[in-house]
Design a binder for this molecule. Structure first.
Ligand SMILES: C[C@@H](N)C(=O)N[C@H](C)C(=O)O
Length: 206
């Protein structure tokens, strides 16, 4: 099963990463990065600007979500867990937590709640979405696993666009959640574990 090969946010080693919060404020992204001007931590905003500079002319980023409230995170967890319970009658709580975390993070380590994550895609010069293989937020069930960043079964254009995102965002210091091509973060516990940093820069915001 693919969940055996990737580090999931439900893994206890993510929660074990210490947080020394830098205290950086949330800032609203500029319109050229996010038409809805979503809020993220300042260090993440700086890196998204650098990532946009790494893209070829005529291709841009479109960030659709940044900081998320704890209540919104809990609501997504509750709704997706309920869906999985219906699909897997009799599943135990520990397995449900793991399966759920392929699509939505447990609250206590949630990168969006720390203002440290974005959901985003690529757009052309007219602001039209490029082909990334699935819509943003397609669950593993809805996308038949094609939401996994490294998934097979997507077209050559979608693969090239996912690779381009990795070049731009990875090169600017962000890390991807491997079960969601659209989710990238900087400074959260998952980022710290993935990069070898000894602590996270951003913890949950109220
Ligand atoms: C629900 C989805 N858009 C999402 O944000 N997933 C990540 C893993 C999260 O909950 O942090």
């Amino acid at each position: 099963m693919l969940t055996d090969t990737v580090l999931l946010l439900s893994d206890p080693c993510v929660a074990a990463v210490p947080v020394l919060d830098s205290g950086e404020p949330l800032v609203r992204l500029p319109r050229y990065l996010s038409p809805g001007r979503v809020p993220v931590r300042r260090g993440l905003a700086d890196r998204l600007a650098r990532a946009a500079d790494r893209l070829p002319a005529g291709i841009g980023l479109r960030v659709v979500e940044g900081h998320r409230s704890a209540a919104d995170q809990e609501a997504i967890v509750a709704s997706y867990s309920a869906e999985l319970r219906t699909l897997h009658p009799g599943i135990d709580d520990a397995s449900l937590r793991v399966l759920t975390s392929r699509f939505v993070s447990p609250l206590e380590v949630a990168p969006h709640v720390a203002g440290a994550a974005v959901d985003l895609t690529l757009v052309d010069a007219c602001g039209e979405d490029l082909d990334l293989g699935t819509p943003i937020d397609a669950t593993p069930e809805q996308s038949d696993g094609r939401c996994w960043t490294a998934a097979d079964g997507i077209g050559a254009d979608a693969r090239a666009h996912r690779d381009l995102m990795a070049h731009a965002l990875g090169g600017a210091g962000l890390v991807n959640y491997p079960t969601e091509w659209w989710h990238w973060s900087y400074g959260d516990r998952y980022w710290a574990l993935s990069t070898g940093a000894d602590h996270a820069l951003y913890g949950p915001l109220r």
